[in-house]
Design a protein around this ligand. Structure first.
Ligand code: SOE
Length: 378
């Protein structure tokens, strides 16, 4: 096995999810590469050292520029807040490293475009961690659509609902709450949550032509953790938009962090000429399927328990009937990346694929400002 020496930047929630994937992928899948946890980087020395020990990284750094300069790093994994994605990716591309980047690719389309140009010029393998594509039930949905089983698609409906920012006492900014700080995050639920829905939608149903959106910021001011002052909140707390896909189908997308009772309710439903599909992150191992071509007597919604060995990824896990969960989507995505290195067929979404999501987000936010339909940049 060829060694692939990884340098991870950021050790939060995503640093853990990625590290877990690096460790598990070779245990469960057949790979030509052996991931080596070479270094982890973050600003707080004591914390990054503890993270390195817990997860088995051989070394640690406190300056990401130093990590990128190192000759013993083949792949840089960007798992830190959004405002650093671009600078790190540009430097890593210049140094000829492979790059993985946490979603969203960037804060805005133009920032993402700069990243895409840099990595394409450098010719380095790259991928963005839109992990939900690799939930077996979602991959199965893709397979069924690719096989033409739905026929012409009429409708796409997606939601991502949470409720963790309802309290007006919650501050913005700093570790853990940077998602509420516009300068760091780039946007609110649009870039953080709807970006997932958009990425899956583009994968399942093709490009989006135009959008019409609305946003709201329910809590207008919050104390900033870093300055200690009460500051204006710039992010969108909620966003809903209508979309027209290039294939003629109509769509609705909705996201909020103010849906009391919902923690991470990502759902989508697709209605085609022959069949419909529905999926729900809270029940992620099931795919709901309705096929009008079934015999009338038994026609109805089926709940497919996606755990059988001929269903995507499942042959490599336990035995039929035993389900897997959230963490496995990252294991699958990293596995696909490594298999893409071996086959020469890059795993998606590449930076270029993820840029398309960024352009949809930009168009949605623009439309919320102009209150008009906006075309999505191609
Ligand atoms: C936000 O709460 C968040 O953690 C997102 O940042 C992730 O991308 C999403 O998968 C779950 O929710």
């Amino acid at each position: 096995m060829k060694k692939l020496r990884i340098g991870l930047i950021g050790y939060g929630f995503m640093g853990r999810a990625h590290s877990n994937a690096f460790r598990k992928a070779p245990n469960f899948f057949d790979l030509e590469f052996e991931p080596v946890l070479q270094a982890v980087c973050a600003r707080d020395e004591a914390k990054v050292k503890a993270f390195a020990q817990r997860w088995g990284y051989a070394s640690h750094e406190t300056d990401w520029r130093k990590l990128i300069e190192r000759d013993d790093i083949d792949l840089v994994d960007i798992a830190c807040p959004n405002d650093l994605h671009k600078d790190i990716a540009l430097a890593a591309a210049k140094a000829g490293k492979m790059i993985l980047c946490e979603k969203p690719l960037a804060r805005t389309g133009p920032e993402g475009l700069q990243m895409v140009k840099a990595i394409e010029k450098a010719g380095v393998p790259n991928m963005v961690w839109y992990n939900y594509r690799r939930v077996p039930a979602v991959t199965l949905a893709h397979q069924l659509i690719e096989e033409g089983r739905l026929g012409r698609i009429f409708h796409y409906r997606a939601k991502f609902l949470q409720d963790w920012t309802i309290s007006a006492d919650l501050p913005q900014g700093g570790t853990g709450l940077w998602r509420l700080d516009l300068k760091v995050a780039g946007s609110g639920v649009t870039g953080d949550l709807l970006a997932h829905c958009i990425d899956t939608a583009l994968w399942l149903n093709g490009p989006i032509a135009k959008v019409n959106g609305m946003t709201e910021t329910f809590i207008k001011e919050r104390k900033h953790t870093l300055t200690g002052k009460v500051e204006k909140v710039g992010i969108d707390d909620a966003c809903a938009f209508l979309a027209r896909f290039q294939n003629g189908s109509l769509a609705t997308f909705e996201s909020t962090r103010y849906a009391r009772g919902h923690k991470a309710l990502y759902t989508f439903e697709i209605n085609g000429e022959h069949a419909s599909i529905a999926w729900d992150l809270h029940d992620l191992h099931r795919l709901q399927w309705f096929d009008h071509r079934d015999q009338g007597l038994v026609r109805g919604w089926r709940s497919i328990h996606v755990t059988d060995s001929d269903q995507p990824y499942m042959a490599k896990w336990w035995v039929p009937g035993l389900q897997i969960g959230y963490e496995h989507s990252f294991v699958h995505q990293f596995t696909d990346f490594l298999q893409g290195l071996s086959s020469g067929k890059p795993a998606s979404p590449t930076f270029r694929d993820a840029l398309a999501t960024q352009f949809v987000c930009d168009a949605v936010l623009k439309s919320a400002r102009t209150q008009k339909w906006e075309k999505v940049r191609a």
